[in-house]
Ligand binder design. Structure first.
Ligand code: SDX
Length: 422
């Protein structure tokens, strides 16, 4: 049997055969047969918007690979900075490449003093840190106007380094401002996760030495959140990037998409959900209410994974490692009971609803002392590497500007009615 499909326009009997290539069929082909007819696919449920070599997901089997490397191996043996290099360059770095990459990023962690003193101070005292981060990333485009030269290799590389390097600084600065604490400058003698924890938690001590187990846990969580193919925020990055906007503006748009509770805001929603359930005894009633259509099981379900999210399995192990240092998060027992109830209930099983990356991550962040408002910010820091990898891929593919069509179902043409006649 040929690896192809045939489409027939029954209005005139014309047909076209289209090969199935890499799991897809080219829309440009069937558009020849059906000019002016659009395949209607809101939310891109069945649409491939690009070819990509960065991340591969098998949703049915619950598998995830970055540039062909299984997420389990990267989480166990790699670091976030090494994974960021892998996502952007396509291969794991050798020692010299990794040292150079690490040096570049380490020495670009500072932010312009005007961002700290003038921009961040301008927010309301209780501004949500994600709102601050989205704004601050966009503001960086005004500090680096040369970033608009997106096709100059050296300029493009410099902005990539700056964005990866400065995200933790902006994230920590947003928290410190919200908490009424003084800004902490980066400490270039620390590695990426330890420096982030120093900027988050340092108080009067001359140097903040993070608990190595917690710094490693942060690094693993950053690896797990670094990319996830065409998710909502990466799609925003690609759409804005397709207009040839600078990378700071595109990253700000991606971060804004991540802010939503259906996406990066889910782990905050999980903690609020577990808190509202209150005790293990209340789990059955909560599950019953969800099945009756009252609310959702936050941290469950996924557009692609119709099996256990492989990241959730790893995060669950990281949780136990963290709790060894911080003490167990009391909400863990409710989460475990909720997972057990859902995985054994036909309602969730039939809808292939399993824990996703957000179900356990919030428990860890909360145990580590991060306020809930920081959870989407903790997601944005590592996802910056994924956003930028897709942005580079988009530009290298020389894709056209993203401009989908629509099916118009509004009013037919009509004439203006003067106010006195309405
Ligand atoms: C992330 O795309 C990515 O890769 C995202 C991400 C990444 O790394 O970038 O993996 C990160 O965003 C993970 C997802 C985090 N969000 C949540 O945990 C929020 C809760 N989950 C959902 O709202 C939902 O599952 C989505 C948004 C994640 C996916 O929604 P879909 O694919 O549009 O599925 P759907 O809403 O059409 O649901 C299908 C059915 C529906 O039931 P019926 O109408 O058919 O009866 O499943 C039900 C839904 O009501 N359903 C749920 C549910 N999720 C879906 N019912 C209860 N609880 C849930 N969580």
């Amino acid at each position: 049997m040929p690896e192809s499909i045939t489409i027939t326009d029954n209005r005139n009997g014309e047909t076209i055969e289209i090969p199935i290539v890499d799991g897809g069929v080219s829309a440009a082909e069937w558009a020849k047969l059906l000019p002016g007819i659009w395949f209607y696919d809101p939310a891109f449920m069945t649409t491939a918007v690009t070819e990509s070599s960065i991340t591969w997901i098998d949703g049915d089997a619950g598998k995830l690979e970055y540039r062909g490397y299984p997420i389990e191996q990267l989480a166990e043996r790699s670091t976030y900075l090494e994974v960021a290099y892998l996502l952007l360059r396509g291969d794991l770095p050798n020692r010299q490449q990794l040292d150079e990459w690490t040096h570049e990023i380490t020495y670009h962690t500072f932010i312009h003093e005007n961002v700290r003193k003038r921009f961040l101070e301008g927010f309301h005292y209780d501004a949500h840190p994600m709102g601050i981060l989205v704004s601050a990333v966009a503001a960086l485009s005004t500090f680096y106007p040369e970033a608009k030269d997106i096709f100059d290799p050296a300029t493009r590389y410099k902005q990539i380094i700056r964005l990866i390097a400065k995200m933790p600084t902006l994230a920590a600065a947003a928290h410190r401002f919200s908490a009424g604490m003084p800004f902490v400058y980066p400490d270039n003698s620390l590695n990426f996760p330890a420096n982030f924890l120093s900027m988050m938690w340092k108080t009067a001590e001359p140097r903040f030495d993070a608990n190595p187990a917690l710094a490693r846990a942060v690094d693993v969580l950053f690896i797990l959140h670094a990319d996830h193919e065409q998710n909502c925020s990466t799609t925003a990055m690609r759409v804005v990037g397709s207009s040839h906007a600078d990378p700071y503006s595109a990253c700000a748009a991606a971060a804004a998409a991540l802010y939503g509770p259906r996406h990066g805001g889910a782990n905050e929603a999980v903690i609020r959900m577990l808190g509202s359930i209150g005790s293990v005894e209340n789990v059955p009633d909560f599950v019953k209410a969800v099945k009756e259509g009252h609310g959702r099981l936050q941290g469950f379900g996924h557009r692609v994974y119709k099996n256990y999210d492989p990241r959730a399995k790893i995060i669950r192990q990281v949780a136990y490692d963290v709790f060894d240092s911080t003490g167990k998060n009391p909400l863990l027992d409710i989460a475990l009971k909720l997972e057990e109830a859902a995985l054994g209930d036909e309602y969730f099983v039939s809808r292939k609803l399993y824990p996703n990356v957000d179900f356990y991550s919030g428990l860890i962040y909360q145990a580590m002392g991060f306020p809930m408002e920081m959870f989407p910010v903790l997601f944005a820091i590592p996802r910056t590497a994924g956003w930028l990898a897709h942005w580079v891929e988009l530009l290298d593919q020389d894709q056209k500007i993203a401009r989908p069509r629509q099916l118009y179902i509004g009013s037919a043409r009509r004439d203006y009615v003067p106010l006195e006649e309405r």
